[in-house]
Design a protein around this ligand. Structure first.
Ligand code: PXP
Length: 237
């Protein structure tokens, strides 16, 4: 069965808007676990725009499902990962000006660097995944760099405006899943998935983990809004 990883960055984004304590991403991780998440995913960005260092250590401490730490392959992040010891690190590309991760890694271009980071993490028992586009050369380079998993970037599929464009992107994802499996790479996927577009992604062969954040948090907000307003109305009346 495909395992759901819930990305809780967006809870921290709301908290950071006030630089306060609420909403607490640790509570979000625990609620996700109660809801059936098989992984908790968080991206510790170099600019710390949402998730903070303390968050990941508290989550690792309090949550029982495995933790998937998304991060850039930098010395600072590798040192943090080696202290945290998450079950899995997913290397992602990072640009300061982007709103969110905007596509897969250029594994071929950053090959040596990624390979060294991968070797270091694997030597300590951390599983390594690369966030990649469904592209044969990137998949091959992911395998050669030593990663055990690739997370297929589903953003182009999710953002496609017309159904034929979306179908074409799905065909690419399906082919990529097959290629990855043939090379012995585990198949994960994520980005831009929601309650409308997720089902066809289950056609990606050998899919193990789907990492989803924004779509879940968006629905969680409205599932809880009515109750939250009712409680406030009761309190002030
Ligand atoms: N996977 C990766 C590698 C990501 O960078 C992100 C976004 O942080 C996600 C999955 C989740 O994307 P979304 O929030 O669009 O569901």
């Amino acid at each position: 069965m495909v395992e759901l990883g819930v990305n809780i960055d967006h809870i921290a984004t709301v908290r950071q808007a006030r630089l306060g304590k609420e909403p607490d991403p640790v509570a979000g991780a625990l609620a996700s676990e109660r809801g059936g998440a098989k992984w908790i995913t968080a991206h510790l960005r170099e600019d710390r725009r949402h998730i903070q260092d303390d968050d990941i250590f508290l989550i690792k401490d309090q949550v029982t499902v495995p933790f998937n730490l998304e991060m850039a392959c930098t010395e600072e992040m590798i040192n943090i990962a080696l202290k945290l010891m998450p079950a899995q690190v997913t290397f992602v590309p990072e640009k300061r000006e982007e709103l969110t991760t905007e596509g897969g890694l250029d594994v071929k271009k950053c090959f040596q660097h990624l390979k060294e980071g991968t070797t270091e993490l694997k030597s300590q028992g951390i599983s390594v995944s690369f966030f990649i586009d469904p592209d044969d050369e990137q998949i091959q380079a992911t395998k050669e760099a030593g990663a055990q998993f690739g997370e297929l970037h589903t953003g182009d599929y999710a953002n496609a405006q017309k159904s034929d464009a979306q179908d074409r992107e799905l065909v690419r994802l399906v082919a990529a899943g097959e290629t990855m499996h043939g090379l012995g790479l585990g198949v994960n996927a994520g980005h831009g998935l929601n309650y409308i577009n997720v089902e066809p992604t289950l056609r990606i062969p050998h899919l193990e983990q789907l990492h989803i954040g924004h779509g879940i948090v968006a629905v969680a907000l409205f599932e809880g809004m009515e109750k939250a307003v009712r409680e406030m109305v009761e309190l002030i009346s």
